[in-house]
Design a protein around this ligand. Structure first.
Ligand SMILES: [Zn+2]
Length: 82
């Protein structure tokens, strides 16, 4: 669930997830339009942040992250001979 107009932060703050790097940041208010992620330094629009629900997380089954083998696609440096 993404941040929306009516998203509020409780006194203890709310965790939001950066859509770029998936790191969590805690905020205590939503009186901003964009927030720069302290991890990836990207400026993320408020409504692009994902709400990280600490309570639902407890009930949700643990999901194992499968790391995909990143195939290194050779960067072709094509040199054209004149
Ligand atoms: Zn980030």
């Amino acid at each position: 669930m993404k941040v929306h107009k009516h998203t509020r932060a409780p006194k203890s703050g709310r965790l939001i997830t950066c859509p770029e790097c998936q790191h969590h940041s805690r905020v205590w208010n939503f009186h901003w339009v964009a927030l720069t992620c302290i991890y990836c330094k990207e400026s993320i629009d408020k409504y692009d942040w994902e709400i990280y629900d600490e309570h639902t997380e407890l009930d949700a089954p643990f999901q194992e992250r499968t790391e995909k083998n990143i195939e290194t696609s050779g960067i072709a440096s094509s040199k054209t001979k004149g």
